[in-house]
Structures are given as structure tokens and as C-alpha cells.
Design a protein. Structure first.
Lengths: 297, 303
């Protein structure tokens, strides 16, 4: 009798493990195709970057060989030194960095102030005005290119970084929207309590809201900084002196004048994207959160 | 300016709040006037003139607009841009959706895939264009080596008008990770109980996708479509860097033609007319999308 029970138990556990194994196998099978697809896509996405690295490390003579070698025979790290000396890389880098930092400061400050006005103060007509903010998101940028160029030319701002930086101190629809969504989640009691204590709106914004909205402000800083770093058309239109150029336009000019020095072009490109890759690796979660905020309507 | 109750009906508190609110949003209000409304009015007025930026503008009436119709480069650039949009946007949506569907499966190492797939979309387009120049170059690139494995002869894709456009369409797909993340967030918002119920009712994978995933994702698909459409109409950098509009104007996109008119030919008035026409085309296409979407988009799940 006892042994029979034992047998039954053994059969049961045996069946359990078999079931579990089958479930796991099913899971593996179900995730196999997505996994394979993702792996292939990741490989395809990685190839251009591998080729950038591999080309950047090839010598000029190895570059001339056909068919091109998949791996550089010897790693010519001096290409990076050559690239930054042949191209005024440090100057371009510094110019780009300055524009990026000023853009970040302007975007964070202006969008925080404006979003506070839309989220933390109740004023008549507020939500109707906010619809106008949303509507301006759909007015395309091309319409402003010529008028803004003419305006900045009259101000004698051509060949300065002002046309690239100053507009960011006036806030932008997308970031206002993103920050407002965030600020609306902050409990109203906090605002009321601070007002009862006699704090001014500016004090509330600075001492109560700012510390609470750091993650959202970080996302604004990241996205505005990246779009400034990556901007091509703005610097192309407004910066004409060689030593005022940013990486985007400076490298393009180098490319169009030294058409075959692909190893140096790739080395310089690598140095341009490297800060972004490092930034991304350290702040991934802000990106992932920031990207999805726009779609939540 | 806004439909606000006349100030006499407002209480004192409401009035102070109104002035405070307006004070806080004043940077945006000023920016709206300087960087949106003024340019819009300027563009409309100057589109009726000949203006080089130096001499006084000359009134032309409708001449810039009639000139558009007989300008073969205008039609060519518009055609090139529409070709780009018609291929790059749908392909981009499908690629992003497939990536999101795959990442939404219970794959353990999804964070790694997500990082790799998203990373290119924050990298500068100009750098990606440089990389592609090398990548597809018949002498220095790897793409031709890959194709030669299948017996495809070595070719210079950028020397053919259609090939060059297609290269730029492929390059755009490196940015699919961004839309994929937005789709993924949408997919995670669909309650699992719906799928369980469908499974019990005997619905297969395809049926579940078609009847649950697609309808519930449709607002996000529309959002991504509109974003991609507006970006696609403004395609510029890739062509400026990789082909400078060539070969044989095969990659002369609308924005490149507009840029040349404004900054190479100093025809600011004509460029204004071009920008307004692009504005109207963009609005029309978005309008068509919205009205088609009315029939398909399901807003029930959007909270």
C-alpha cells in the first residue's frame, strides 16, 4: 500500500518534471524565432559600426587593397592622432560642446518655467492655450528657415553661435508637453502647502518642483543636448568660418575635400559618436522613459 | 487673444493667477511670436516677391507660384521626396513593429537587444551617412563583398539615381529603434487577459495579432506614422552629404532644392514659396492619414 502511494507520487513528480520540461521547451521554441530575428537585426545594426571601427584602424595602403580586408592586419591607432591633427578636431569639438551645453541650459530652464505655468498654476484659459502648444508641434521647421535666417542676418548674428542657442531659451512644444505630463503627477497638496507658507511661485518652482522633477529634466537635458550635438542644417546655414564650425559641418567639409582618406574620416566619426555612446550607456533608463512619453496621449 | 472670460468677471485671485500663469509661459509666448508666427507671415508675404537678402524685395504677385508649375526641378524634387516617403515610412513602421513584437516576447536578454537597436537613433545622421559612404563603396565597403557571396556583381549604388535613393531609404532604417520603443510601450499596455480569452476561444497567433494587437496599437501606429511622415518630407542631410543631390538629380530632395534656392541661388522669395507649398503638402498628407485613420484607429484602450 505504502509503496503504491510512493509509486504514485513518483509518477506524479515524474509527470510534473516532464510537464515542466515540455513547458520550458515550448517557451524556448516560442522565443526562438523572436530571438533569432532580434539577433540578426542586432548584427545588421552592428555591421556599420564594426566597419567604421575596422576602417578607422586600417593603414592607407591597406585601405587601397581590393577586396578590402574584413579585419585590419595591424591596428593603426595613430589614425586617431592623424585625424585630430589633420582636421581641427579639438576646435570643432569645443564649438559643438559649447553650443550643446548652452542649448541644454536654455532648454531645461525655459521648459521648466513654461511647464510650471501650464501644470502648477491654475489660470483661466490655461488648457485652451495648451492646445495651441500642441498644435505648434505640427508646424514644420522648413517654413522658418528663410525668415529666421533673414532675421538673424539683420541682427548680425551670422557666424556666431547665437542663432543656434538663443531659440532654445524660449522653450519648445515637445519638451513643454513632456514636462507638463510629469509635473501634473506631483501632488497638488505640496503646492498648496508651500503657498500657505507664503512661498512665491518662483520659490515653489525652484525649491519644491525642481528637486522632484529631476528625472524629467534629465530627459529634457539629454534629448535637447543630443539634438544640438547632432544638428547639421543649423550650423551649415549659420557658421561659415572654418574655425567656428561644429563637428557636423567640419567633418563634412573634410570629407568633401579629402575624398579618399576614409580611415581618417571614420576615426573622426568614431570620436564624434563616442561621447554619445558613453552617455547612452550611463543613462539608458532616461532615454527609454523619455522616448515613450511622447506617445502617451 | 484667447477665449478667456472678460476680466471683470474674474475674481481677484483668478486675476493674479492669470497674470502669474502668463508670466511663466511668457518665454513660450514670445518664442511663438518670434519663431513661428512672424516666420509664417514673413514667408507668406515674401513668397510674392523676388528677394536676394541684400537688395529690397520686388513685388512679383503670383509669379513665384506660377514658376513652380513649370519648374521641372521642383517636380523632380517633389517626386524624389514622395518616393522616399512612400518607401521609407511604411518600411520603417513595419521594421519597428516587428522589432517591438519580438522584444515583447518573454526574451530574457531583451535589454541588450533594446540597447543595441535603440543606440543608432541617437547618433548623428551625418556620422551615419559618412559610415554608409564607406560601407557601400565598391572599393572600400563590405556590402559588395556580402552581395558577391550570392553572385551579385560589384556595383556603385550611389552612381544610379534609383539606387542612391534606395541607399538613403535603407540608411533611414537604422533609426527604427526609436519607433520600436514606442511600440513596445504600447504592446506592454495591452492587458494579457485579452490574449488569454482569445486563446481559450481558439484564436491563433495571426488572428490574435489581427484582432487584438493591431486595433489596440492603432493610435500609436498613427502617431509613429505622422512623426515619420513629417520627418520624411524634410529629408536633407543624407542627400547633402552622400550624393549632393546627384546622380542626375536622383537624390535632389525637396529640402535640398529649397536650401539651394535660399542659400546658393539667393532666391529667398522663391524659397519661401517652396516652403509654403511643402507646408500645405504636409498638412494635406497628414489630413489624409487622419481621415483614413478615423476608420481604423481604435481609441477605446487609450486612457
Amino acid at each position: 500500500m505504502a509503496t503504491q502511494v510512493m509509486d504514485k507520487k513518483a509518477v506524479a513528480t515524474d509527470e510534473m518534471t516532464r510537464y515542466r520540461r515540455r513547458a520550458r521547451l515550448q517557451h524556448v521554441m516560442q522565443t526562438a524565432i523572436p530571438r533569432l530575428f532580434l539577433l540578426i537585426m542586432c548584427l545588421i545594426y552592428a555591421v556599420p559600426f564594426y566597419w567604421m571601427l575596422s576602417t578607422a584602424l586600417k593603414s592607407t595602403s591597406e585601405l587601397a587593397e581590393f577586396p578590402p580586408a574584413l579585419f585590419p592586419r595591424t591596428l593603426h591607432f595613430e589614425n586617431f592622432v592623424l585625424a585630430v591633427t589633420k582636421i581641427p578636431f579639438a576646435v570643432y569639438f569645443g564649438n559643438t560642446l559649447l553650443i550643446t551645453l548652452l542649448t541644454i541650459i536654455g532648454s531645461v530652464l525655459a521648459n521648466l518655467i513654461v511647464a510650471y505655468g501650464f501644470a502648477c498654476i491654475e489660470w483661466p484659459g490655461r488648457d485652451k492655450v495648451f492646445y495651441i502648444v500642441l498644435a505648434t508641434m505640427f508646424i514644420p521647421f522648413p517654413i522658418a528657415i528663410v525668415p529666421q535666417f533673414d532675421m538673424f542676418a539683420r541682427l548680425h548674428w551670422i557666424n556666431t553661435i547665437l542663432p543656434l542657442v538663443v531659440p532654445h531659451f524660449f522653450a519648445g512644444a515637445f519638451f513643454i508637453f513632456m514636462l507638463r505630463q510629469f509635473l501634473l503627477q506631483i501632488p497638488r497638496e505640496l503646492l498648496e502647502a508651500a503657498r500657505m507658507d507664503g512661498a512665491t511661485e518662483l520659490q515653489i518652482m525652484w525649491n519644491v518642483i525642481l528637486p522632484l522633477s529631476r528625472p524629467a529634466l534629465a530627459a529634457v537635458a539629454l534629448f535637447s543636448g543630443i539634438s544640438a550635438w547632432n544638428d547639421f542644417m543649423g550650423p551649415l546655414i549659420y557658421l561659415q568660418d572654418d574655425l567656428k564650425r561644429t563637428l557636423a559641418v567640419g567633418l563634412q567639409v573634410f570629407r568633401s575635400t579629402h575624398d579618399i582618406q576614409f580611415n581618417l574620416l571614420m576615426a573622426a566619426s568614431l570620436l564624434t559618436v563616442l561621447p554619445l555612446i558613453i552617455l547612452f550607456l550611463f543613462s539608458q533608463r532616461f532615454f527609454i522613459k523619455g522616448v515613450t512619453v511622447g506617445s502617451i496621449k | 487673444m484667447v477665449a478667456v472670460k472678460s476680466s471683470s468677471k474674474l475674481s481677484r485671485r483668478e486675476r493674479t493667477n492669470l497674470s502669474r500663469g502668463l508670466l511663466f509661459i511668457s518665454p513660450w509666448l514670445l518664442g511663438l511670436i518670434i519663431f513661428t508666427i512672424y516666420p509664417l507671415i514673413y514667408s507668406i508675404i515674401f513668397s510674392f516677391t523676388r528677394y536676394s537678402g541684400f537688395r529690397r524685395p520686388v513685388w512679383l504677385g503670383m509669379q513665384n507660384y506660377t514658376r513652380l508649375f513649370s519648374d521641372s526641378l521642383f517636380w523632380l524634387s517633389l517626386g524624389n521626396t514622395l518616393y522616399y516617403v512612400l518607401w521609407a515610412v511604411p518600411i520603417g513602421i513595419v521594421v519597428a513593429l516587428l522589432l517591438a513584437l519580438a522584444m515583447n516576447r518573454d526574451v530574457r536578454e531583451v535589454n541588450v537587444y533594446r540597447a543595441i537597436l535603440y543606440l543608432p537613433s541617437i547618433l548623428p545622421t551625418f556620422a551615419l551617412a559618412f559610415i554608409f559612404i564607406v560601407l557601400i563603396n565598391p572599393q572600400y565597403g563590405i556590402v559588395n563583398i556580402f552581395f558577391s557571396l550570392f553572385g551579385v556583381p560589384t556595383q556603385n549604388f550611389l552612381s544610379d539615381p534609383l539606387g542612391a535613393k534606395n541607399v538613403i531609404i535603407v540608411l533611414a532604417q537604422l533609426g527604427a529603434g526609436n519607433a520600436a520603443l514606442i511600440f513596445l510601450a504600447g504592446l506592454r499596455g495591452i492587458p494579457a487577459t485579452l490574449y488569454d480569452a482569445a486563446r481559450i476561444d481558439g484564436a491563433g497567433v495571426w488572428r490574435r495579432f489581427y484582432s487584438i494587437t493591431l486595433p489596440l496599437l492603432s493610435p500609436i501606429i498613427l502617431f509613429n506614422l505622422i512623426t515619420a511622415l513629417s520627418g520624411g518630407l524634410q529629408i536633407f542631410q543624407q542627400a547633402y552629404i552622400m550624393t549632393n543631390g546627384g546622380p542626375n538629380n536622383g537624390t535632389l530632395f525637396y529640402m535640398l532644392y529649397l536650401y539651394r534656392n535660399a542659400f546658393a541661388y539667393a532666391q529667398l522669395g522663391y524659397a519661401c514659396a517652396l516652403s509654403l507649398v511643402l507646408f500645405v503638402i504636409g498638412l494635406a498628407l497628414a489630413g489624409i492619414l487622419f481621415s483614413v485613420a478615423q476608420r481604423f484607429v481604435n481609441y477605446e484602450m487609450v486612457s
